[in-house]
Design a binder for this molecule. Structure first.
Ligand code: SF4
Length: 402
């Protein structure tokens, strides 16, 4: 089993040996599963109230963490959700699992409206939807042995021994030796702890796993191994993933479809291949231009689009296009007062920008002060750096590989 040698440096090499691009893998899976939707989210809102008052709590506003998100996840596929910290992607994942209550919208899981469930019905659906957390140490009880960690989900759901995978099977699936069962979380490395977290997530034979930054707390040399493990488990167990991450390279490697989130909403969604080859939205372009390219010649000429300022507060989001306060392509009309809806640019590629076609064609250029050569990005921005008319993969800087 390729995952048996847990946490060695060989995993990085394994990543390079992947036989197919995410797009090819997506097409293969689609042939197997068709367009059968396992998860369908419509107009999901999660608002957190802001309260004030000494004697009586008055609601004086709300933090719009998720503000009208639609997302379809076909069975057997992987959808990546990317964006900056604070954009609402983790809240979205937790709302799908009803770990936080949605304020509005619907979540259909395998045809069942999750929002309308309670009690035993909700518990039954939750068994089929599991989560992998970012920090494996924080998500494991240090006083519980691995065996206890892996049998707890079965006990909590009242499943008899023998009707779920054994501890030995789970450890084997995630590439840990059977002797790990009697050990405690602090005796493992970070990568091994994440394997335990993954084993716990698959203990109840789920259909959907929401992985929230599953590798961002791990060393780079270990990240590829855990990503490969997730892919291997997907093929063996027929899992469906929503992978939440801020690392575009990780998402590119694992996801069939990528949705880019900004301030509570999705601004661009496309197949992984299409998005990385030709991003339309200025925010996606800026994110991708920040990713180093592992080719010194291309890297020397890579240009970076800088975003100014911080992510605005979701308690008081900007009017119009929510990205207009930081957008290097902002126009005098529409951007400030008209919120763009997701529009279809090409099959399976949607973008929320009023000027997407003109930006894509090169008719609208970014502000010169927002563009710097990546090699000198720590120096003050230079004026007048030319921008190619076509947002070509090699000049805007999406990664050539993981
Ligand atoms: Fe930028 Fe305007 Fe497009 Fe928003 S609508 S991303 S502000 S160009």
């Amino acid at each position: 089993m390729t995952t048996g040698a847990a946490d060695t440096d060989h995993g990085a090499a394994d990543a390079a040996d992947q036989p197919a691009t995410p797009g090819e893998r997506h097409r293969e899976r689609r042939e197997i599963h068709g367009e059968d939707l396992l998860l369908s989210v419509r107009d999901l809102h999660v608002y957190f109230p802001i309260k004030s008052g000494i004697f009586i709590d008055r609601e004086i506003g709300s933090v719009k963490a998720v503000d009208g998100v639609d997302l379809d996840v076909p069975r057997g596929s992987t959808v990546g959700l990317v964006g900056e910290s604070g954009c609402g992607k983790t809240t979205f994942g937790r709302a799908v699992l009803r770990l936080v209550e949605p304020t509005g919208g619907t979540v259909h899981f395998d045809g069942v409206d999750v929002a309308g469930l309670a009690g035993e019905d909700l518990r039954r659906v939750r068994r089929r939807m599991q989560m992998i957390f970012q920090d494996p140490m924080a998500s494991l009880d240090p006083r519980q042995s691995v065996e206890s960690v892996l049998t707890e989900p079965r006990r909590a759901h009242g499943i008899e021994r023998g009707r779920a995978k054994s501890v030995g099977e789970l450890l084997d699936l995630v590439g840990l030796p059977a002797s790990s069962a009697s050990r405690y979380p602090h005796e493992f490395s970070g990568g091994q702890r994440q394997r335990i977290g993954i084993a716990r997530a698959i203990a109840l034979d789920p259909d959907l796993i929401i992985a929230d930054e599953p590798v961002s707390a791990l060393d780079v040399s270990i990240q590829a191994q855990v990503v490969n493990l997730l892919e291997e488990l997907q093929d063996r167990l027929g899992l469906t993933y929503v992978v939440i991450a801020h690392d575009l390279a990780v998402v590119r490697h694992i996801a069939d479809v990528v949705a880019v989130m900004y301030l509570g909403g999705i601004v661009e969604q496309a197949s992984s291949d299409a998005l990385y080859k030709a991003p339309y939205h200025p925010y996606t372009k800026a994110l991708m231009s920040a990713v180093p390219i592992p080719d010194p010649i291309i890297e020397d000429t890579r240009q970076r689009i800088l975003l100014t300022g911080d992510l605005p507060s979701p308690a008081n989001p900007p009017t119009g296009c929510r990205f207009h306060t930081r957008c290097p392509y902002r126009q005098p009309t529409r951007c400030d007062d008209e919120r763009p809806l997701l529009r279809v640019m090409s099959p399976e590629h949607t973008v929320a920008c009023h000027w997407a076609e003109q930006i894509h064609a090169g008719d609208i250029q970014p502000r010169a002060s927002a563009v710097v050569e990546a090699a000198v990005r720590d120096e003050p921005p230079r004026q007048g750096v030319p921008i190619p008319s076509d947002p070509d993969v090699t000049t805007l800087g999406p990664p050539a590989g993981v």
